[in-house]
Design a protein around this ligand. Structure first.
Ligand code: GDG
Length: 476
């Protein structure tokens, strides 16, 4: 039953939504970037909330008081969980990013299984649960985010919590034959069944989860109720559903038309005159398919040399997990590929690939969305991919084309207006790029209108309302 909610709205994620800059004794805190943060900030601004997470401080310089003072201008309260550098190495780099992230993205080859990192994962999840119990009162709603914290609910219950507990997974849930390789598969599945509601990005993720339950816990009963699945397990009812995360459409649509963005867009045009811009925007990660995308662009130039000097690929890579050697190697590989392709095709006055390795301001990013004729979004696997939706919302001219990987969660909603590609098929991506470059304006317009309508109707607020309704909660 849905009831009006009167408690605190508590969001828990691995990282607090901020960026720390610590220079000697000088600490500055800025709101951070990234999928999860972008998605939840508007919701927390709208409804009074508390965000609990790791502050990202590895040197123990940031006390809770400093954090709370610096973050006072934010529109919600922040409470930090401190992690030691050993915990960051074992729990975060080890189990979260060395085991769960690759396994859940079907990268068995990259997946490490170490008992020590699993133990650290359990210990840090318990630490989060203890921390939450200090602030949470009985009437509060606690919403745990993502794969870093699957076991927090279980520990909260063990500590006596009787709150409504919800969990949302931002990354894909893998097919059962991949998930079953995890030595601690039963612990994770049982941990997730402690929440009152569990949300996934797509119906496929839900289906994969249910298949794992059937194999690991045959005594659990599954009932399908309209769009929801109710699991009966251990005397409890757990609501499971697909809730595709999204963006604040109006924010991107409005910002794309501001003077600030117009000015940025003008600079981009000035630097790339008379060029069709193809845009790639990704956090540095092997799941995003950047090297294959570069090779598809190279194949396009190879097969259609008349396109030289007429098109440019702008590839923005946002630094991520910079201390991990594998990510450093990946960066090097991308940069070598960019250098090789540019060395091969550059002529006086034209460079085929413009490579940007840094985080842009929101205005700069939206200016790129607005000025790019084509967004080339080709992850090998992605929970959703918000960049695809942001591109459509910012495309106020309605002339842009979205080329999207079949393996992005966003494909379930956007496949009718986007050009769909298999990112592993480099030749095919190159051909579809060629088709997009030559697509007549009426078709571009009709596809982009369709895409924008889908994103306009399915915003982050709809995601939130749907999730909370399924969790039996009403905010006002
Ligand atoms: C995870 C899942 C899921 C990017 N470059 C800049 C910048 N960004 C922002 C974008 C976008 C976000 O980062 C990236 O979100 P994605 O959804 O594409 O990807 P992940 O970071 O991997 O997020 C993903 C998501 O969680 C949400 O559930 O969709 O599948 O992997 O919002 O705008 N922001 C700024 N400058 C940049 O240069 N300011």
């Amino acid at each position: 039953m849905t009831e009006i909610f009167k408690g605190k709205f508590i969001i828990v994620s691995n990282r607090l939504p901020l960026e720390l800059d610590i220079q000697d004794d000088n600490i500055t805190i800025k709101p951070g970037a990234g999928g999860l943060i972008t998605a939840l900030t508007p919701v927390l601004k709208k409804h009074e909330g508390v965000w609990i997470g790791w502050d990202g401080d590895l040197n123990g310089k940031l006390s809770c008081d400093v954090l709370e003072r610096e973050a006072a201008s934010f529109d919600y309260t922040m409470k930090s969980v401190s992690l030691t550098s050993q915990e960051v190495a074992d729990y975060y780099d080890g189990f979260c990013n060395g085991t769960l992230w690759p396994l859940f993205h079907d990268y068995l080859g990259h997946t490490q299984f170490h008992r020590s990192t699993w133990r650290s994962y359990q210990a840090v999840n318990l630490k989060f649960a203890r921390n939450i119990s200090q602030y949470a009162e009985k009437k509060d709603f606690i919403w745990i985010q993502d794969y870093h914290l699957t076991l927090v609910g279980k520990y909260l219950r063990e500590l006596g919590a009787r709150h409504k507990l919800a969990f949302f997974l931002h990354i894909p849930f893998p097919p059962w034959d991949i998930f079953m390789r995890l030595p601690w598969r039963k612990e994770i599945i049982e941990g997730l069944l402690v929440y009152d509601s569990v949300g996934f990005q797509t119906v496929k993720d839900c289906r994969n989860f249910v298949q794992c339950i059937r194999r690991l816990l045959p005594e659990a009963k599954t009932n399908i109720l309209k769009k929801r699945i109710i699991i009966e397990y251990s005397g409890r009812h757990i609501s499971i559903g697909a809730f595709p995360i999204s963006i604040d459409f109006e924010e991107f649509h409005d910002m794309a038309q501001t003077e600030e963005v117009e000015k940025e867009a003008w600079f981009i045009h000035e630097n790339l005159p008379e060029r069709k811009i193809i845009l790639g925007v990704d956090r540095l990660d092997y799941t995003k398919g950047i090297p294959r995308r570069l090779r598809a662009f190279e194949t396009l130039l190879e097969k259609y040399p008349d396109l030289c000097e007429k098109i440019s690929l702008v590839q923005i890579v946002v630094p991520s997990r910079t201390s991990v050697p594998e990510y450093q190697k990946m960066k090097q590989n991308i940069e070598e590929t960019v250098g090789r392709i540019n060395g091969r095709f550059t002529v006086k006055g034209w460079v085929p690939i413009h490579y940007i390795y840094r985080s842009l301001t929101r205005a700069e990013l939206i200016a790129y969305y607005r000025t790019s004729e084509i967004a080339l979004i080709t992850p090998l696997k992605d929970g959703m991919n918000l960049v695809a939706k942001e591109y459509c919302a910012s495309c106020v001219s309605e002339k842009g084309i979205l080329i999207l990987s079949e393996f992005a969660g966003a494909a379930f909603q956007l496949r009718k207006g986007a050009i769909m590609v298999n990112p592993y098929n480099i030749e095919h991506v190159a051909e579809e790029l060629y088709r997009a470059i030559h697509m007549p304006l009426p078709e571009r317009r009709s596809r982009m209108r369709r895409l924008r309508n889908i994103v306009r109707r399915n915003t982050i607020f709809v995601w939130m309302d749907d999730f909370l309704q399924a969790a039996g909660l009403k905010l006002s």
